[in-house]
Design a protein around this ligand. Structure first.
Ligand SMILES: [Cu+2]
Length: 467
């Protein structure tokens, strides 16, 4: 087992190379530092004859960091890539200055430069990190990692705790990349990968003792794919949504869009050799995400409930809530913003600027990230107040909508009874209206966008201002 001072570089299944991700103290004090070298690594992806050059944090894929809840930690980003970058910590309720959005919360970290992120993760759970400009290419090349926030309240609850990072790759059989973005995909459901992977490889086979209590942390870091989850061989429950504990409920038919996560809990069957499979049942044939096989000395029965300690998040006060609307739209763009785009008044940084606009929120398309020229906020919020956002999808495609820096409750859907749960990303189906409730957090401009990255990068992004 790795200590928190070390970087767990690479998970089972990914090609292992010497670990260049060394942890070293760079500041005086008690904080630990993870060094995140953004650079290139070769990995042979499933179904490919040759290695593909990935963009990675460290020299294996995917990176996984484990930190303790509430403990201040440093993350030193060192950029060895040809493009500028930054790190967005998806789902973590941390100060706005640490949110990693170039031109909005920080300057881009140029090639050869460093940036030090320092924060204490307030909530336990399964989160991830990735850049926020040119994300369709950067994430397409793999630039993402898992960050697990551990809670002392969970110690000893599980015999086995595994992370499953799901991502598709746009590569040909010879390992070379296909175009990351297509007009057809960007204007519709997204451009899909040609090779599926779990932790960069085919579905892992995980040996677990009969009777073992197993936790699987499933992260969908793909830019386009929406999964429908299922399981065979055991009762498998979801015990956390987007990292946040929930009362256990059956995995069947839960939809996991890009950026969404679930923590799964199960007890291994008592019969040696018995299998449990976790699947994506979206397509005609179930796609295997992980296979567990009962092996070894059986665990004695543990009668504690297979559930996580209750999430400790700011509870929305619905009685005093103010409501605002977010309308997800296709083919809408603001003429003023179009004019700005044409005049190229956003500087010459094409990495952070939409080349084409296919989508909008409240009639505004996000054309660029310029501190002086961006559109007005989608909503202006006061810290500590409860807000209900009604998100209406007026398009023909589902959109996983992510709000930065906040954890919200999904409280209602026009499609019928909804499971009230915590989330940072909510999937909104065509013609659906979803209500989310949250307490406005730290002051700052917090991005709100679709996590089908091509949608985000062709207009479906804005921000709320907490001040
Ligand atoms: Cu979308």
């Amino acid at each position: 087992m790795f200590s928190r001072r070390e970087f767990l570089a690479g998970l089972a299944g990914a090609a292992m190379a010497p670990n260049l991700l060394q942890s070293k103290p760079v500041l005086a004090g008690t904080t630990d530092t993870f060094v995140l070298d953004a650079g290139e690594t070769s990995l042979t992806l499933p179904g490919c004859q040759n290695p593909t050059t990935l963009w990675t944090y460290g020299n294996s894929w995917p990176a996984e960091i484990r930190v303790k809840r509430g403990e201040t930690v440093n993350f030193l980003l060192r950029n060895h890539l040809k493009d500028h970058t930054a790190i967005h910590w998806h789902g973590l309720r941390i100060p706005n200055s640490m949110d990693g959005v170039p031109y909005v919360t920080q300057a881009p970290v140029k090639t050869g430069e460093e940036f030090l992120y320092t924060f204490a993760a307030p909530d336990p759970g399964t989160f991830f990190f990735h850049p926020h400009c040119n994300t369709v290419e950067a994430l397409g090349r793999g630039l993402a990692g898992a960050i697990i926030v551990e809670d002392p309240r969970e110690e000893g609850l599980f015999d086995l705790d595994r992370t499953l990072v799901v991502k598709d790759w746009r590569v040909a059989g010879d390992g070379t990349y296909l175009s990351f973005m297509t007009d057809r995909g960007a204007a519709r459901a997204g451009t899909f990968g040609t090779r599926r992977s779990i932790n960069g490889a085919a579905a892992p086979v995980i040996a677990a003792p009969p009777g073992a209590r197993v936790r699987l942390r499933l992260l969908n870091v793909d830019v386009s794919r929406i999964m429908t989850l299922g399981a065979t061989g055991a009762e498998v429950n979801i015990v956390a949504t987007d990292g946040n504990a929930c009362p256990p409920f059956a995995i069947e038919d839960w939809r996991l869009g890009p950026a969404m996560r679930v923590d799964l809990a199960l007890v291994m069957p008592s019969k040696p050799g018995a299998r449990v499979e976790i699947q994506d049942v979206w397509g005609q044939e179930p796609f295997l995400l992980a296979r567990l096989v009962a092996q070894g000395a059986a665990k004695t029965a543990d009668r504690r409930p297979l559930a996580l300690p209750t999430a400790e998040l700011p509870l929305p006060d619905l009685k005093s809530a103010e409501t605002f609307s977010l309308s997800l739209q296709a083919g809408v763009s603001d003429p003023t913003l179009d004019a700005w785009l044409k005049e190229n008044r956003f500087g010459d940084d094409a990495l952070c600027r939409a080349g084409k606009l296919f989508w909008a929120i409240n009639n505004k398309a996000w054309p660029a990230m310029d501190m002086d020229k961006r559109p007005p906020p989608l909503a202006e919020l006061k810290p500590g107040r409860t807000y209900v956002a009604e998100i209406a999808n007026h398009t023909q495609h589902p959109h996983p909508i992510h709000l930065h820096g906040h954890t919200f409750q999904v409280i209602a859907s026009s499609r019928g009874p909804t499971r009230n749960h915590w989330a940072d990303t909510v999937l909104v189906a065509p013609d659906e209206r979803v209500k989310i409730a949250f307490v406005a957090g730290e002051p700052g401009d917090w991005m709100l966008h679709c996590h089908i990255i091509e949608h985000q990068e062709t207009g479906m992004m804005g921000y709320v201002r907490v001040a």
